[in-house]
Design a protein around this ligand. Structure first.
Ligand SMILES: [Fe+2]
Length: 227
């Protein structure tokens, strides 16, 4: 992993890191066998509908339909097969369906904003969803998060959960976002921006964005919880 490719735990411009960053040195806990038992997630198997956030309710959600797809890779570029990929996001108006989200933008009764899928034999995943909206977050005066989708991945075990955010190309808010800017390395920041992809785009249906995720190594995607 190159220096500056992962965000530091403490990055004062991103105000909440000041409160949550550890004030004392980290203690490494030894792993034991039970740490690596198979993950148990959710109450039911992952279904096809979980990857299509536009058909989880009676009607269609409002907003711009998008396909988000890519590959999950290890440090040597090999596909990570049959791994769980989860995402969550705001709706098109920039509002989460969550009790603590008090942004005065409308909720969409047809959009939960949560999805999950399993990568195929080529490490590919694919979601159909709605482009999320930017939202304010009170970090500093007139602070707005660029449109983003949160991703969670599980590598080999439940304990190796990795969480990151995917952004959209050309977003003017990226240059002003302390979460995005907390990653010092420009190349690593760039790896969090999805690519518009006409091959993924479905005619008369949805724009396509490609987002590959590298779990480890020098080209690792920046993750929020890696130290
Ligand atoms: Fe968010």
């Amino acid at each position: 992993m190159s220096t500056g490719s992962q965000p530091p735990l403490l990055y004062p411009p991103y105000a909440s890191t000041v409160r949550r960053a550890p004030a004392r040195p980290l203690i490494r806990l030894p792993h034991n066998f039970s740490d690596f038992a198979a993950p148990v997630y959710g109450y039911r198997d992952v279904a096809e509908v979980d990857a299509d956030l536009t058909c989880q309710h009676a009607g269609e959600p409002l907003g711009e339909r998008i396909v988000v797809s890519g590959r999950v890779l290890d440090e040597d570029g090999r596909p990570v097969r049959r791994t769980l990929v989860e995402l969550w996001q705001s709706n098109a108006a920039g509002r989460y369906r969550h009790a603590i989200d008090d942004h005065p933008a409308p909720l969409d009764p047809n959009f939960s904003g949560a999805g999950r899928t399993i990568t195929d034999d080529d490490g590919q995943y694919r979601f159909l969803t709605i482009k999320p909206g930017a939202y304010p977050w009170r970090n500093h005066h007139n602070a707005w998060r660029p449109a983003h989708i949160h991703f969670s991945l599980f590598g080999e075990s439940f304990l190796s959960r990795l969480v990151t955010q995917m952004y959209f190309p050309g977003d003017p808010l990226l240059a002003r976002d302390p979460v995005f800017q907390s990653i010092a390395d420009a190349g690593a920041r760039e790896s969090l921006i999805s690519r518009f992809d006409l091959d993924l785009t479905e005619p008369e249906w949805a724009l396509g964005y490609r987002f590959d995720i590298v779990l480890r190594g020098p080209r690792s995607t920046p993750f929020e919880d890696r130290t």
